[in-house]
Ligand binder design. Structure first.
Ligand code: ZN
Length: 417
């Protein structure tokens, strides 16, 4: 089996792994300005692509592929279409175009939705695969792929989380099949998550304190997964937030796929309690102390910039970041330099800024346990992908587990026999 790494090597973004030039695992983009796309984009013609989940860094370039077979869960298909349309819109503003509406229509036509646990034979070849709940966002999957003629198999985690959240059931590693090769995300290598409940309490206390002192709270969130998780947390503590941005459309989409949610009723109740905001209602929001949950999670565009401009001079107000802020984003600038850039202007933020880790990824010890479990079950080679410290993680696995572990570089090819 030949593996070629077209992206997501020693980086978080544009995941794309080509198997035997025939089967593609993910085809993402890094949504920077301008976006970064996988190597050789436009020059590969696999027979099939299996999409792990709908985050742009895994699915964002799928509509650009003229591939005859696209496989993903039903939620991932609906989200990929929604986000693909948004990418077209963003591209019109920023001056790029990787695909158009017609390409999205074709992708949909070529898509076959797959349920967890269903064995699928790939068209006209000797591969078969199966998807497992990855516990990351609704519809997210880990992929087991087997090539019958060589009797060799791989397991690709995609983005994975091994502890449940309010929105998601945990992935279940004990149900994962043994495989010869493991391809493992490494986002939180060497970083352990804090205790979730303790952090929720701190988050809620901070919000209550701010509201009591007459300030407003902005909670920037990714549209897919994080917005819904945070609205559920707020609801469970009796806080009614305003919700603005694409997170609302994503919630409506999730409602159509209740079996992919841990508790569809709890999600519904939380959103029934929230107040939705559109462009015309925005200006009335801060007439009294309020909490607003809005996109973008790293402050790179979206309605969050409108709210930031409104409160940036108010030291009583707060910005509560809900996840990691990658380099080059406004969120990172805000943490490091206390300012953001809006419409080409530097805006100094006097409101206080706090950071919380409501991550949907496995933490350090969970990643290490997973390597150990697979290697005990016969895995011979582990590839560390999708992380900024994959070299260190591979060295850790060689030293501590004794398996062959590799941090592939962009464009590298490996043949496993
Ligand atoms: Zn993801």
């Amino acid at each position: 089996m030949k593996l070629k790494f077209l992206g997501g090597c020693n980086e978080v973004g544009r995941s794309a792994i080509l198997v035997d030039d025939r089967v593609l695992l993910d085809y993402g983009m890094r949504p920077s300005d301008p976006p970064e796309v996988p190597l050789n984009s436009g020059n590969i013609s696999p027979e099939a692509v299996i999409v792990s989940h709908a985050h742009l860094d895994h699915s964002g370039m799928v509509p650009s592929l003229m591939v005859p077979n696209v496989y993903m869960t039903s939620v991932t298909r609906d989200l990929t279409i929604l986000l693909g349309r948004d990418t077209i819109k963003v591209g019109k503003d920023q001056g790029f175009a990787f695909f158009d509406e017609e390409d999205i229509r074709k992708m949909d036509e070529h898509t076959r939705t797959v349920a967890y646990g269903e064995r699928v034979a790939l068209n006209g070849s000797d591969y078969e695969f199966e998807l497992f709940n990855a516990g990351h966002i609704p519809g997210s999957s880990a992929t087991y792929l087997r090539k019958a003629s060589e009797d060799i198999s791989l397991f690709y985690t995609g983005d994975i989380r091994m502890a449940e959240t309010r929105l998601m059931k945990s992935a279940a590693p004990s149900e994962f099949p043994a495989s010869d090769i493991l391809l493992l995300e490494s986002t939180y290598y060497n970083k352990e998550h804090r205790d979730r409940q303790e952090m929720e309490h701190e988050f809620i206390d901070s919000i209550k304190e701010t509201l009591a002192s007459g300030g407003n709270v902005i909670v920037p969130c990714f549209a897919v997964g994080r917005t819904q998780e945070v609205v559920m947390i707020l609801h469970s503590y009796g806080i009614t937030p305003y919700v603005d941005g694409m997170g609302l459309g994503v919630f409506r989409l999730f409602k159509n796929h209740p079996s992919f949610l841990k508790n569809a009723k709890a999600l519904n109740d939380a959103f029934n309690n929230a107040q939705f905001v559109n462009m015309t209602r925005r200006k009335n929001i801060f007439s009294e102390p309020s909490v607003i949950v809005t996109t973008a999670g790293m402050l790179n565009g979206g309605p969050v910039l409108y709210y930031l401009k409104k409160i940036h001079k108010d030291p009583k107000s707060k910005v509560l970041l809900t996840g990691y802020q990658i380099e080059g984003t406004n969120g990172r600038r805000l943490i490091e330099d206390g300012h953001v850039e809006v419409d080409g202007k530097v805006v100094k933020v006097s409101a206080s800024v706090e950071q919380y880790d409501f991550s949907a990824h496995a933490g350090d010890s969970e990643l290490k346990d997973l390597v150990s479990r697979f290697c005990k079950n016969g895995t011979e080679v582990v590839f560390m992908v999708h992380g900024e410290h994959t070299n260190e993680f591979a060295a850790w696995a060689r030293d501590n587990i004794g398996c062959e572990a590799i941090a592939p570089k962009l464009g590298e090819e490996y043949i496993i026999e």
